[in-house]
Design a protein around this ligand. Structure first.
Ligand SMILES: CC(C)(COP(=O)(O)OP(=O)(O)OC[C@H]1O[C@@H](n2cnc3c(N)ncnc32)[C@H](O)[C@@H]1OP(=O)(O)O)[C@@H](O)C(=O)NCCC(=O)NCCS
Length: 229
């Protein structure tokens, strides 16, 4: 349970010094920096920028600010370890999880400046991913990132656990996409199931769904059940 400040005791090996809470507006810059560092080695991010790690970090840091964390629909959790911002989880509720046409138009000039020559590939990736977005109520999680110096210490699990407790209380499913095998295993531990996969710009991208506790059928199973009855 969260304490009165909205903080939540962490889990895992460093649980004693770990707190998960909502991001405050003054932390936007530091939060984007953590995501930039966390995604500098991500396969899709690297594919967008032809393997340039530093560009992957910079473009992620700036793009998440423009199209993700600044959105008024974003729910951003941060993990603080020994007073330092170490991890971030962003989630947006459907249908606001996909940019509408006017939002794409509004953010286009900044995105051109941020992504440069990587923009066509990034858009192709975003459009291909968007086609898998379930057309029903859900929390769309992403990005989730932990500072490279703090990975593997239970911070990602603490962020996911905290967020999914809230989703369960709301009775709301969750959805995400990932392109890293290790992450598929992590999300499966939280009862996410792979419901689709697609090769997108050469990267095997998995789409994962999690029903809230006590409602475990993924959308495809529910669809098939409706067809049978
Ligand atoms: C994926 C990520 C958020 C997990 O957070 P974390 O704090 O490193 O993970 P935790 O310590 O809470 O959990 C460890 C589990 O995550 C998985 N994992 C994924 N990436 C890992 C990494 N770089 N280091 C250690 N574990 C990792 C392992 O399966 C591990 O399982 P185990 O505990 O059974 O061994 C984090 O590693 C990260 O930011 N990675 C780079 C960015 C990324 O891929 N984000 C997710 C995109 S879908």
């Amino acid at each position: 349970m969260n304490d009165r400040s909205g903080r939540r005791p962490g889990r895992g090996p460093d649980a004693g010094s770990l707190a998960v809470r909502q991001m405050s507006p003054g932390e936007l810059g530091a939060t984007c920096q953590v995501l930039g560092l966390a995604f500098a080695d991500n396969p899709s991010t690297l594919a967008n920028v032809h393997g340039d790690r530093d560009k992957a970090r910079r473009t992620t840091e700036r793009a998440v600010r423009v199209v993700k964390l600044r959105s008024r629909y974003s729910h951003v959790l941060v993990a603080e370890q020994e007073g330092r911002l170490a991890g971030v989880l962003n989630a947006v509720q459907w249908p606001h999880c996909q940019l509408r046409a006017w939002e794409k138009f509004k953010t286009a000039p900044t995105m051109i400046a941020v992504m440069g020559s990587a923009l066509p590939r990034a858009f192709a990736m975003m459009n291909a991913r968007a086609k898998h977005d379930p057309r029903e109520a859900h929390w769309h999680i992403g990005p989730v990132g932990v500072h490279p110096g703090h990975q593997g210490r239970g911070i990602g699990k603490a962020l996911l656990g905290s967020f999914l407790d809230m989703a369960d209380e709301q009775g709301c499913p969750a959805f995400l996409e990932t392109d890293v095998d290790k992450n598929v295993a992590l999300y499966q531990k939280f009862s996410f199931m792979v419901i689709a996969q697609q090769d997108i710009i050469g990267i095997n991208t998995r789409f994962m769904w999690r029903a809230p506790k006590r409602h475990q059928a993924p959308p495809a199973a529910r669809y098939e059940r409706r067809q049978r009855s």
